[in-house]
Design a binder for this molecule. Structure first.
Ligand code: FAD
Length: 373
């Protein structure tokens, strides 16, 4: 199908929406992005981009810009929590040269994508909050301010609380996994920049990896607990709470935690993968279709993959119906497997009996080429 000139609306200027806008524009579509925020910016901290994500960024012509702002990972080390002793090490340098693994600040990735979007002549309308979408052959997007936009194709890349997803799937209740995560960036006090560490203890673990040329370290500290915490990335907490929760951690983990001056806290919830990703001329992408727990570091990368496959499937199919069906068919089982694996990974880091923890680490190492977020 020739999608040049196809009037396309992408809801959401997150990593998924911006990448989709670029991938569709590269095939000639006329793309408008609708974003609720006042500016395209990012409150998040770090993100890991595995080779499957980088290959898409490279194909979109963003490889050099991305490499300039990202840190190329050299290794992932699994360490025991008490003294930080090395348990095992996954040497990322063993990956082929064209399969690099990166750590990047989310704000830098968003800036890079937003800049590319502007250069590609894609229109971004800010302060546009979508209220609902009339799904159909000629979909209409209704804004909370009363405005309406019609399009040939509407992509819902509007994240966890997507306005399009319920129209295609109805509503579904996520459940609290009884795990919470703190997230912070701190000045780098690690012995080895360019190395990610997973510090594992009973019922909790802490992940650290470098950002911005190694000047910063991204920390994600996960703990099992029954006390409820809200879902979302914007809730702050007192830094002393994460220090108290991880007071048994020594070595570099303790040094990093001592540096925390601002920290976010979020509750980890499991969401089902949407069964229906498309209907008529509308489709879901990224977290709107498949939010995942952070234990595979693949949330953003799956959204990036979706974007590429969506544009590719549309470009190759005889018509839109077929293109969107092929998009879901090519993505559904891969994404479901990632979501499922991420859900299963947490327990492996949190085993109470050290030898079991070590065995599970080794199993993890063999089973996955990516470290947890
Ligand atoms: P999102 O990143 O959620 O982007 C959705 C976009 O849609 C947002 O810009 C939002 O403002 C916009 N939007 C939502 N509703 C509407 C509406 N009604 N009208 C108009 N616009 C709307 N993952 C990690 O792996 N590590 C992290 O550190 C991390 N931090 C995150 C921080 C934030 C603030 C967010 C939002 C997500 C974060 N995630 C993180 C999740 C991860 O980034 C996602 O898995 C991945 O980026 C999927 O991106 P997405 O574009 O599908 O959705």
């Amino acid at each position: 199908m020739d999608i040049s000139g196809l009037n396309t609306i992408v809801i959401g200027a997150g990593i998924g929406g911006l990448t989709a806008a670029l991938a569709l524009r590269a095939k000639g579509a006329q793309v408008t992005v609708l974003e609720q925020a006042a500016e395209i910016t990012e409150v998040g901290a770090g993100i890991q981009v595995s080779p499957n994500g980088f290959v898409v960024l490279k194909a979109l012509g963003l490889g050099p810009e991305f490499e300039a702002v990202a840190v190329r990972g050299q290794a992932v080390e699994l360490r025991d929590y008490r003294h930080g002793r090395l348990v095992t090490r996954l040497d990322l340098g063993l990956l082929d040269d064209d399969q690099p693994y990166f750590f990047v600040h989310r704000a830098d990735l968003i800036d890079l994508l937003a800049d590319a979007v502007r250069k590609a002549g894609i229109r971004v309308r800010l302060l546009q909050t979508v209220d609902r979408v009339d799904v159909g052959q000629a979909p209409v997007v209704h804004m909370t301010n009363g405005a309406k936009f019609s399009a040939d194709l509407v992509i819902g890349a509007d994240g966890l609380h997507s306005k399009l997803r319920p129209s295609l799937n109805g509503t579904s209740a996520p459940f609290f996994t009884r795990q919470v995560a703190w997230r912070a960036t701190v000045p780098n006090v690690m012995d080895h920049p360019e190395i990610a560490c997973v510090h594992m203890g009973p019922r909790q673990h802490l992940v650290s990896y470098p950002l911005r040329g190694g000047d910063l370290v991204n920390l994600v500290a996960v703990q099992e607990r029954s006390e409820w915490a809200d879902e979302g990335w914007a809730h702050t907490d007192d830094p002393d709470n994460v220090r108290a929760a991880f007071s048994g951690f020594g070595g570099m983990a303790a040094k990093c935690l001592a540096q925390v001056s601002e920290v976010g806290l979020w509750g980890l919830f499991r969401h089902p993968v949407a069964k229906v990703w498309h209907q008529d001329h509308c489709a879901l992408l990224g977290d709107a279709a498949h939010p995942t727990l952070p234990f595979m570091a693949q949330g953003a990368v799956m959204a990036i993959e979706d974007a590429w496959v969506l544009a590719d499937a549309l470009g190759r199919a005889p018509d839109m119906e077929m293109g969107l069906a092929r998009y879901q068919a090519r993505r559904y089982s891969r994404v479901s497997k990632v979501v499922e694996t991420a859900s299963k990974n947490a327990w492996k880091y949190h085993l109470s009996f050290p030898p079991l923890r070590m065995a599970a680490h080794l199993g993890l190492r063999m089973g996955s080429a990516v470290a947890p977020e």
